[in-house]
Design a protein around this ligand. Structure first.
Ligand code: PLP
Length: 387
């Protein structure tokens, strides 16, 4: 009998992958499955980015890079943040990672230990709660409600801070709800944090390019008063359809840069060098493909939100960002898990139960619209017939 560390039993997972596996299995059996379960763009990485990756390999970029990322890449990130959010960022505060996830993991390892509390959105990206628990800290959910457009209420959030709170995680535009937090709530949060100078903030802005209906992204980098305790996470996975390349970054407070760099050195040394060169091309090259992708997501968003609202027993809030719709399904009489399983098994439509994103997701189902408009219409029709 192998003797494993107790901490392993506290590590969770992303149950969207379970749905994916089941959908794949049904498809392999010959079933016609429409996948609205997956959280990645259904587009290919733009050609000039792929070419830059290939060129880097041909040009002999085969060795280790600095653990925090190539200087040219970190400079390109700082320039991109200046262009998009109008902020000044020191490239030395940018730390490149193999994706967005390692930033969450390292931030939780840095702040979490038994006795500490870390707050996270619920429903929210399931990895937050998983890595908080793994660190030994107590996860404190920030309930996100449909009536607030799935944005946190700053008053409610600030009221949950205790003397044990070390880190607060927020995410806008949000997975799994598509919710966008209004600037007014962020203003209130930042103001309220003045009373809690010991609390750090991690703002997951991985969907910062995906906002619709004239909404602008509010980056926490736009609040200089909290720079000394802000970790701002973003990356290439969603914006440039690069999930499989594994490339992300965060802007860290100056005092934490050495700590996170040491975590990188201990964990992965550096990100794949060719991937980093592709990342430079993504930021410095034409952005037309990004604009085209976002426009296409917006078209599909309107189809799916209208379509879900027209289904019996369903009600879908206007999803302002990311590429998810998160309808309330209570009127169908199905639990989130029952709906997920029956829609997949009986209608061939893969979605993810709201409860996969935390207990506050009961009564909801996540639909990703990273699929064609035609498939979305067909999926909605199949569900209508089933209901
Ligand atoms: N943050 C959120 C909210 C996400 O939904 C995801 C991916 O689904 C990530 C971060 C992680 O992205 P990456 O693939 O770059 O690790």
């Amino acid at each position: 009998q192998l003797k494993l560390a107790e901490s392993l039993s506290r590590l969770g997972t992303e149950s969207a992958f379970v749905v994916l596996a089941r959908a794949g299995q049904l498809a392999a059996e010959g079933r016609d499955i429409i996948n609205l379960g997956i959280g990645q763009p259904d587009f290919k990485t733009p050609e000039h980015i792929v070419e830059a990756g290939i060129r880097a390999l041909r040009d002999g970029h085969h060795g280790y890079t600095p653990a925090n990322g190539l200087p040219a890449l970190r400079e390109a990130v700082a320039a991109d943040l200046n262009r998009r959010h109008g902020v000044e960022v020191n490239p030395d505060h940018v730390v490149v990672q193999p994706g967005g996830k390692p930033t969450m993991f390292f931030a939780c390892l840095m702040f979490g230990e038994p006795g500490a509390e870390i707050m996270y959105p619920n429903p929210g990206f399931p990895i937050y709660e998983s890595v908080i628990r793994y660190s030994g800290a107590t996860p404190v959910p920030i309930p996100l409600e449909e009536k607030n457009g799935f944005a946190f209420s700053a008053e409610d959030l600030l009221g949950r801070i205790t003397e044990r709170t070390r880190l607060i995680i927020i995410n806008s535009p949000a997975n799994p709800t598509g919710g966008v937090t209004p600037r007014a709530e962020i203003d209130k949060l930042v103001k309220g944090l003045e009373d809690h100078p010991q609390v750090a903030l991690m703002s997951d802005e991985i969907y910062s390019n995906m906002l619709y209906g004239g909404r602008d992204h509010v980056s926490l980098l736009q609040y200089p008063q909290i720079r000394d305790r802000l970790i701002m996470l973003d990356g290439w996975s969603k914006t440039y359809a690069m999930t499989g390349w594994r490339l992300g970054y965060a802007v860290w407070p100056e005092a934490l840069v050495d700590h996170v760099t040491r975590l990188c050195i201990n964990d992965h040394s550096c990100v794949n060098a060719a991937t980093q060169h592709a990342g430079i091309a993504a930021l410095e090259g034409p952005q037309d493909a990004v604009h085209a992708m976002v426009a296409e997501f917006d078209t599909r968003r309107q189809i799916i939100v209208d379509g879900l609202n027209a289904l019996p027993g369903m009600r879908c809030a206007d999803a302002g960002g990311a590429f998810y719709a998160f309808p309330n399904i209570e009127g169908t009489g199905l639990s989130a898990m029952e709906a997920q399983n029956r829609f997949l098994d009986e209608a061939g439509v893969a979605t993810v139960a709201g409860t996969s994103f935390g207990a506050w997701g009961e009564g909801y189902l996540r639909f990703s619209y990273a699929n064609s408009a035609e498939n979305i219409r067909e999926a909605l029709e199949r569900i209508r017939q089933l209901l």
